[in-house]
Design a protein. Sequence first.
Length: 156
Amino acid sequence: MSEANREVITRFYQAFQRLDAEAMSACYTDDVLFSDPAFGELHGRDAGDMWRMLTTRAKDFSLTFDNVRAEERTGGAHWVATYLFSQTGNTVVNDIQAQFVFRDGKICEHHDSFDMWAWSRQALGFKGLLLGWSPAVRNAVRAQALKGLKAFQASR
């Protein structure tokens, strides 16, 4: 079972490298729980739609992943995404640790963690350097991310 789960993680990130959100979403259960510092918690279709939105909007994107590991129920990976942040035109190199929970051969929980201050310094520039550590900026980033997701979903 651990090898099959490892293959699911590998398939997920290989699809991400190709910007294939449908293949990424196919690795998830219908009721998946996703979380990260930018979007907070997303459930079910919202998680897949987040990947659809991000892959559709990706500019100057590349992704590497390594340290893929899996056991019978849990797993993890390290990945680095490099991309152009559309709101500022700044290049971001986001270094992320992912944790997974599996059910029935698919990912039922996906939790990404990264340094939000490091991200905001790159994405937002000077404002992120000065205020990226603050809850106010973190909340504003999350609100903007969720607003973008809702607009993307409404346009489909």
